[in-house]
Design a binder for this molecule. Structure first.
Ligand SMILES: C[S@@+](CC[C@H](N)C(=O)[O-])C[C@H]1O[C@@H](n2cnc3c(N)ncnc32)[C@H](O)[C@@H]1O
Length: 445
């Protein structure tokens, strides 16, 4: 099969670009920057410097200051709910909580749901003291109880045997902690150690062998280094809990935001700030596979299958039954999908994935509308994609979708340009401007 780079467009796709141009005539496109270096709303580095946000490195997460800015500009919040239907590590709802507002986040991933809930923990002085005594106990422990290794040989092979043994001893330790809050904090610290102690790192849509991995020779070395790493994290958690005690804990639900109806918790929403997975074929169940298995979120292949099927159709690793077909975008179904299906791309499912992606988002926008306050503001951060030599302007198409569902499109705010790896990108000419990461701002009147 040809790679994406080798494919020549078979027919004239100019109707699509005319459609984009017409949309740009009726939508305010505000370019903050088109440089590929400009700081994006998704800024992992900033998160790693902020209390609570820094507890788990979720590279796909928002920067907290971006959420702050959104919640202070043009939003009448009062006691309304701040919702993130694709909440990931929970940044939107956590920032809402820091501002004393009600936050709610949904995510299909059991890992990110756990991360977000744990980051939202609050403790009384007595609970915090108890947690600190668990830290002392851990520091002194010989870690002689070992948890069983995951039932997934691929994941186990991402660790040196002595390191895997040390990790399972840490897990054996936290599994016997009675206090649920302390146990979750230990588990989160354990999860943050997975990538740094692995022989592989996250790269693109999977993992790659590290070139700079330093081997730990003995079992004692592994236990000592890992224990220090975990202790450092736990001490940071304790410090952050102490220093952010005036915090309204948000709520998180581990479930899909798609479907026939939203649960009753979603009511009186004054703002939505979210970032759905981009339509770029990234599969979160694969990228975070080690954490999902090591943390017992997955214990069989079925768990991964269920996760994939519940997620938005942004990747090609599941076979979805046709769903929400009535909610899509005509130009995607009538031009983009048939065009993509004539191309011999690396997966024959990309056309249907794109149709499905917009149908899923259309379903969400439709279900959300009756739960929003009038004048509620919605921000969707999206990255555009590129397949078969064609720019998929998710931002404009989502704005069009929002308008068709009765929202007002306030603006498409462009944050940065994206350069696809495909050489065909050069042939886009002026249409290269569509390769970007932006926020689509909608309003419910
Ligand atoms: C780009 S990330 C969001 C990151 C988030 N803004 C943060 O600050 O951490 C997108 C998230 O959407 C989740 N997701 C995918 N399909 C979903 C669905 N149907 N319902 C809810 N969440 C979903 C993924 O698991 C992923 O965590």
């Amino acid at each position: 099969m040809l790679s994406e780079n080798d494919v020549e467009p078979l027919f004239d796709i100019s109707a699509l670009y005319r459609h984009y141009a017409a949309l740009e005539q009726s939508i305010q496109v505000n370019e903050q920057s088109t440089k590929t270096t400009y700081r994006s709303p998704v800024n992992f580095i900033e998160s790693m410097q902020k209390p609570r946000h820094r507890w788990f490195p979720y590279k796909e997460g928002f920067s907290p200051s971006f959420v702050e800015d959104f919640l202070t500009a043009g939003v009448s919040i009062k006691d309304g709910l701040i919702l993130d239907p694709f909440s990931g590590s929970g940044t939107t709802a956590l920032v809402a909580g820091e501002k004393g507002l009600r936050g709610l986040g949904y995510d299909v991933s059991p890992l990110t749901d756990f991360v977000a809930r744990t980051k939202a923990v609050t403790m009384s002085a007595a609970e915090l003291n108890d947690f600190k005594s668990h830290l002392e106990g851990f520091a002194k422990s010989a870690l002689d109880k070992r948890a069983p290794t995951p039932d997934n040989e691929t994941v186990n092979r991402y660790f040196e045997p002595v390191v895997l043994d040390a990790l399972m001893r840490v897990k054996g330790y936290y599994l016997q902690i009675d206090c649920p809050k302390a146990k979750s904090l230990f588990k989160l610290a354990f999860l943050t150690a997975i990538e740094p102690f692995s022989t592989h790192r996250k790269a693109g849509n999977g993992v790659k062998k590290k070139t700079n991995y330093s081997f730990l020779e003995s079992s004692q070395d592994s236990i000592r280094v890992l224990k220090n790493f975990i202790l450092e994290k736990l001490e940071m958690f304790a410090l952050d809990i102490e220093q952010t005690s005036r915090f309204s804990p948000p709520k998180f639900l581990q479930q899909s935001c798609l479907g026939s109806a939203l649960p009753s918790e979603v009511e009186d929403v004054s703002a939505v700030l979210t970032s759905p997975p981009y339509a770029n074929c990234f599969d979160y169940s694969k990228i975070y596979m080690s954490e999902l298995w090591m943390g017992d979120f997955f214990s069989s292949k079925m768990d991964q299958k269920n996760f994939r099927e519940a997620s938005v159709r942004s990747h090609v690793h599941a076979t979805w039954s046709d769903r929400y077909t009535e909610f899509g975008v005509p130009v995607v179904d009538d031009i983009i999908r048939p065009y993509i299906e004539t191309q011999k791309l690396w997966s024959p499912r990309i056309g249907s994935m794109l149709s499905g992606y917009f149908a899923d988002l259309g379903n969400l926008l439709t279900n959300l509308k009756p739960r929003l306050r009038s004048n509620a503001k919605l921000g969707f951060v999206v990255g555009n994609s590129f397949y078969g030599g064609v720019a998929i302007a998710t931002d404009l198409l989502l704005a069009e979708l929002g308008r068709s569902k009765g929202y007002v499109v306030e603006e498409v705010r462009v944050y940065r340009g994206i350069i696809p790896s495909s050489q065909q990108y050069q042939k886009l000419g002026n249409n290269r401007k569509y390769m970007r990461e932006s926020m689509v701002v909608l309003r419910r009147l």
